[in-house]
Write a new protein. Structure first.
Length: 126
């Protein structure tokens, strides 16, 4: 079974800040194949550029892939973008695409601490 990680989840995993996750969610994550949307990679770089992260996105990508086995999702962007058109609950393009990516991949669980995402995506976990 797969699950997606949102931006904060990726950062916390990379920092080994496992206490940020609910214990039950973290245990569940250890049984799953973890993926993240390419838009998360873009948002990570944006956070680096505005100095809210200290590691460039490419370095974070290599770290979580090599150390934790978390993979970048390879679904066609055109499918994800088409699904994101229906995510009218937010004006944040990152959140729209992150949720749409999980939806396109069979309504996969999405690990997120974002209350707004949790309110609008029934497979959000925290």
């Amino acid at each position: 079974m797969i699950a997606y990680l949102d931006t904060n989840s990726i950062l916390w995993l990379a920092e080994k800040d496992y206490g940020r996750f609910r214990k039950s969610t973290f245990q569940f994550m250890q049984q799953l194949e973890l993926l993240f949307s390419p838009v998360v990679l873009l948002k990570l770089e944006y956070l680096y550029e505005i100095k809210r992260s200290v590691i460039p996105a490419r370095d974070l990508h290599r770290k979580i892939e090599n150390e934790l086995g978390v993979r970048l999702c390879t679904l066609p962007f055109s499918e994800v973008a088409a699904a994101a058109l229906d995510e009218k609950w937010t004006l944040d393009p990152f959140d729209r695409l992150i949720v749409a990516n999980a939806k396109v991949n069979g309504l996969a669980p999405l690990i997120t601490a974002d209350a707004q995402i949790a309110q609008h995506y029934p497979r959000a976990l925290w």
